[in-house]
Design a protein around this ligand. Sequence first.
Ligand SMILES: [Fe+2]
Ligand SMILES: [Fe+2]
Length: 165
Amino acid sequence: MVHIISDLLLHPKVVETRSHMHHSISKHDHLLRSARISYKLARVMRADVRTCVRAAMIHDIDSRMGTLRTHGRIAATWAASQGENHAVCHAIETHMYPIGPVPRTREAWVVSLADKAASLTDLTICVTGMLTGRTWDRRRVLRATDPYYPVRKRRLRRHRRVVGR
Ligand SMILES: [Fe+2]
Ligand SMILES: [Fe+2]
């Protein structure tokens, strides 16, 4: 599977996700898990493996720039700027279904399902790690390396001022 995404794995935009927190793990772990599941699911669903795996590896890039509904579009726009084809971009854009747009291809369904399965595994790891302490250690490290955290704190403070809490 790695040969399908070897260029992406070296791309700075993907490499930086190693230090981004996502579901209390690194975003890179979530993307890679989604790609692995997509690889298996694509074979079962007779979808194009390359399209599914590439879309899965990109699907949450720059997700912080948008909302639950819009971040698929943001990642798809980035993918298009990198020369990914329409099939890959569509699968990225619709991965949040039913919150976002409806997947219209077999490949898009694979990525949407794989993302949900990967997220479930992420959350299981997170909850299990709460018992062993691993989750808190991982969160401490990611909070220190994730450039989004100071921004998030400022946003929350502003939000509290606006709603008066
Ligand atoms: Fe997402
Ligand atoms: Fe995701």
